[in-house]
Design a protein around this ligand. Structure first.
Ligand SMILES: [Mn+2]
Length: 455
């Protein structure tokens, strides 16, 4: 069966990045089942994430009983993408004649040699057995030896145990290891095979030099981003098969034409919902909840200027399935974030942050949404100290933190580093204390990042 296709959002994931991945993987699986051709493989889609779960996502997934998507570190081809699973094995104390029979029976070139408990011990290949036979001619070097002596040695060899001929020093691999590194290691050892072991030292696969003649690419669907700098490491090595996004068109490129839906709507989850409607697939309640939560967080309960009438329609549609008032639902999602008082400072400042390259340097724009600006601003000193730490550590020229009050509908700007960049863009005078209240500013993408990039 073909490897599952990964559906994944951007680095430093927000609720939309993870929820849209869950929703779109669900939809693709539904469509795959619907379109299945008897006798042909049905492709499978798995949601993944590139970082920790935001608190509200954890709350929503827990409440609606949805599995947390797996974390992936990169999209490089892995050992498991080329290995032959369930390699044929033989016990270390089996006779060579038995090894010969097994090799013939399964028409393979090598057998994994195992201890009594099934763990890995070594490898025996046709070449190793051939070498043992050729070594029988050494007998001729001894005095008085004849061809009969060689034959006697050959017959004796059949009774020898496998562990006397096998190799111990074969390369062993982890199935999740990077294929390019495994290839280079495999080419630098004298043997044609490498054995893939699990954590318990059990052989689960075998990789030979012929397996690596082709370089597979992991298939991936990107949601909520189309920018290399926001994608998983190894994106250049992967095959992007679809993109669902609502950001600016950036720099992810593909070899083949693909389905690429980019709409200027409030969330990627909105587009996923529209796709489910377009294909006439009924959305179950728990998936509707996940999608609705993402529309609500990305559009700040439809208050953000990024929210469109399409988002409002989608919210009504999803809330109907969930059976809750949209605003009640949205407030519950925001409440999962917990209080601002006890939130670790790194989460509070940078859980939702994005880097922007201005040419002269990189600016970090972070956003923290709250329903209680005062309690948040009570931690101003702490927040500023952490922002300066980020500048120190990452060499940003400026860090802007938008503390967005979703009830009062505005953001308090806190700025560290070169404040002139922000002051110039907005015609304000941010100082090192107190911050600046920006009424109506709710969207980093539409109202803040674009102005700083243009200034
Ligand atoms: Mn989004």
């Amino acid at each position: 069966m073909a490897a599952p296709i990964i559906v994944v959002g951007h680095r430093n994931p927000d609720n939309d990045a993870i929820s849209a991945a869950i929703g779109y993987a669900w939809l693709k699986n539904e469509l795959a089942k619907r379109d299945a051709v008897p006798g042909e493989d049905v492709p499978t889609y798995v949601p993944a994430r590139l970082g920790p779960l935001p608190r509200e996502t954890a709350g929503v997934l827990d409440k609606w009983g949805i599995d947390v998507p797996m974390v992936i570190n990169n999209l490089f081809a892995r050992v498991s993408d080329v290995m032959t699973c369930d390699p044929i094995s033989i016990g270390a104390k089996a006779k060579i004649i038995e090894a010969g029979r097994v090799l013939r029976k399964h028409n393979v070139q090598a057998l994994v040699v195992t201890n009594e408990d099934g763990t890995y011990k070594g490898l025996i290949s046709t070449r190793m057995i051939a070498n043992r036979y050729i070594s029988a001619t050494d007998v001729l070097e001894t005095e008085g030896a004849t061809e009969m002596s060689v034959a006697a040695d050959l017959i004796a060899s059949l009774d020898q145990t496998v562990d006397t001929v096998m190799e111990h020093g074969i390369l062993t691999l982890n199935k999740d290891g990077r294929l390019d590194e495994a290839v280079s290691d495999l080419m630098h050892q004298p043997f044609r095979e490498a054995v893939v072991l699990d954590e318990d030292n059990m052989p689960i696969g075998i990789v030979t030099r012929s397996d690596i003649a082709v370089h597979p690419h992991r298939k991936v669907i990107l949601v909520d981003h189309n920018e290399v700098s926001q994608a998983a490491a190894g994106i250049e090595d992967a095959e992007v098969v679809e993109i669902i996004d609502h950001h600016r068109i950036a720099d992810v490129s593909t070899i083949y034409p693909i389905k690429f839906i980019n709409m200027p709507v409030g969330s990627s989850a909105t587009i996923v919902t529209l796709e489910a409607q377009r294909y006439g697939v009924t959305i179950p309640r728990e998936i509707a909840a996940v999608l609705l939560s993402a529309v609500m967080t990305d559009t700040v309960v439809l208050k953000s200027p990024t929210a469109t009438p399409i988002d409002a329609q989608v919210v009504d549609f999803l809330a109907e399935i969930v059976g809750m008032e949209p605003l009640d639902f949205g407030m519950e999602v925001f409440s999962f974030r917990g209080g601002d008082d006890d939130m670790p400072i790194d989460k509070l400042v940078s859980a939702d942050s994005k880097e922007f390259d201005l040419g002269e340097g990189t600016v970090l724009i972070a956003q923290h949404e709250t329903t209680n600006l005062d309690s948040c601003m009570g931690r101003e000193k702490e927040m500023r100290a952490y922002m300066r730490e980020l500048i120190e550590k990452n060499g940003y020229i400026c860090v802007l933190l938008m503390v967005t009050d979703i009830i009062a509908e505005g953001s308090q700007f806190l700025c560290e580093g070169n404040r002139r960049i922000v002051n110039r863009a907005f015609g304000i005078e941010c100082t090192g204390e107190g911050g600046t209240w920006m009424p109506g500013v709710l969207s980093r993408k539409k109202q803040v990042a674009s102005r700083i990039l243009e200034a």
